[in-house]
Design a protein around this ligand. Structure first.
Ligand SMILES: *[C@@H]1O[C@H](CO)[C@@H](O)[C@H](O)[C@H]1NC(C)=O
Ligand SMILES: *[C@@H]1O[C@H](CO)[C@@H](O)[C@H](O)[C@H]1NC(C)=O
Ligand SMILES: *[C@@H]1O[C@H](CO)[C@@H](O)[C@H](O)[C@H]1NC(C)=O
Length: 343
């Protein structure tokens, strides 16, 4: 073989490597035609009905305003994942009633992968609240259908299969601890970055059971009040950043398989505490606060959605992911919706 043809072959080889490398880079930078890796979102999708009236009266109805929307922590988080450029893969349950059909139609029209959505005989999870003169009178949540089927859904082959391709997972603590623990066995097996939203103080108690099981959790996202419920000293009501650091480090010391705590502190922003680093970012100012419902869901949904879509690398630049979360939270804060409806 002549030297010249050898050189030509070598040049061809180099060119092929370059083309391959370019293709790989392009793919990882997300050509809009190539979907990003999915972010698994596991939890409740609810139909929200909120009523408000001037008075309430026994044995008869009173005139008032009734608003309805699709909500639920998992739905709110999934719509924030889209907002951050990610692809949510939603695992939840809707019923065979008319509301269920309506919700499925909306979800099918959004950029949500709904292969994990199950339909079961019964009432779609719903939340109804009654307020008079701006004060909550009572609220009823019917999540029986989710509670009944989520265990089998987590045991099922679809979730296990999708874990193989996912980069990140978001879990809503509306799911019972024993089921969450089984989902965590899957995320750990497949090296999926896993984040749990404590949801509320009573649900933070469930989260405690999950952490005590020793399951691997990369991040939890309490607000300051939920952090207080999780931390050992419930009487410590110091709400300074130093207190957030102390409480977070205390949780990290207590649960060796917990990777980090990211605490939302309203207008003061968020504080991330991990074993070897801390990070505080201020909230994005908004012109007028309309409704803070769903703000925390939007924050963690967009943070983890951008991480799941590999638009940032948690090990290197978590502030990039967190900024996405803060942007989404600001948008929800200045709107009367609890989710960002991105199609
Ligand atoms: C219902 O929606 C309207 C307009 O979107 C809003 O001004 C009002 O506060 C909402 N009421 C309730 C009870 O959520
Ligand atoms: C409402 O109805 C119940 C049962 O008929 C009756 O006992 C009660 O007194 C009524 N309340 C008012 C405020 O009329
Ligand atoms: C899920 O699997 C676990 C262990 O494999 C089993 O104990 C549990 O009963 C199953 N739950 C459901 C609802 O299938």
């Amino acid at each position: 073989m002549s030297c010249r043809s050898l050189m030509l072959r070598f040049a061809f080889f180099i060119a092929s490597v370059a083309v391959f490398a370019l293709a790989v880079t392009k793919w990882s930078n997300h050509d809009p035609l190539v979907p990003p890796p999915p972010t698994i979102v596991l939890g409740g999708v609810l139909f929200d009905v909120k009523t408000t009236s001037e008075t309430h009266c026994e044995n008869t109805s009173v005139p008032g305003k009734i608003n309805q929307s699709i909500g639920g922590v998992a739905f709110n988080m999934a719509s924030a994942v889209i907002n951050a450029g990610g692809l949510p893969l939603l695992f939840s349950v809707t019923g065979t009633d008319a509301i269920g059909a309506h919700i499925r139609k909306i979800i099918n029209g959004m950029r949500i992968d709904h292969i994990g959505m199950e339909v079961h005989e019964g009432s779609t999870p719903m939340f109804v609240s009654l307020s008079t003169g701006g004060e909550l009178v009572t609220a009823v949540a019917d999540t029986a259908l989710l509670d009944q089927h989520v265990g089998a859904m987590i045991n099922g082959s679809m979730l296990a299969f999708q874990m193989r391709v996912a980069k990140a997972a978001l879990i809503d603590m509306n799911i019972e601890a024993e089921h969450v623990i089984r989902a965590l066995a899957l995320t750990e097996e497949h090296g999926v970055f896993t984040v749990i939203d404590p949801v509320s103080i009573p649900k933070a108690e469930r989260l405690r059971a999950v952490l005590e099981s020793g399951a691997r959790v990369d991040l939890i996202s309490p607000n300051r009040i939920e952090l207080k419920a999780l931390a050992a000293d419930p009487n410590d009501d110091d709400d300074t950043e130093a207190w957030v650091h102390t409480a977070s480090h205390e949780l990290l010391a207590r649960y060796p398989n917990l990777g980090g705590v990211i605490t939302t502190m309203g207008a003061r922003g968020v504080t991330l505490v991990e074993r070897t680093r801390t990070l505080t970012l201020p909230a994005i100012p908004v012109e007028s606060v309309v409704d803070s419902t769903g703000c925390g869901d939007a924050f963690i949904g967009a943070t983890v959605g951008s991480l799941g879509a590999t638009l940032c690398d948690w090990a290197i630049d978590p502030e990039v992911c967190v900024s996405k979360g803060l942007e989404a939270a600001a948008r929800v804060l200045e709107s009367d919706q609890s989710a960002l409806f991105y199609v």
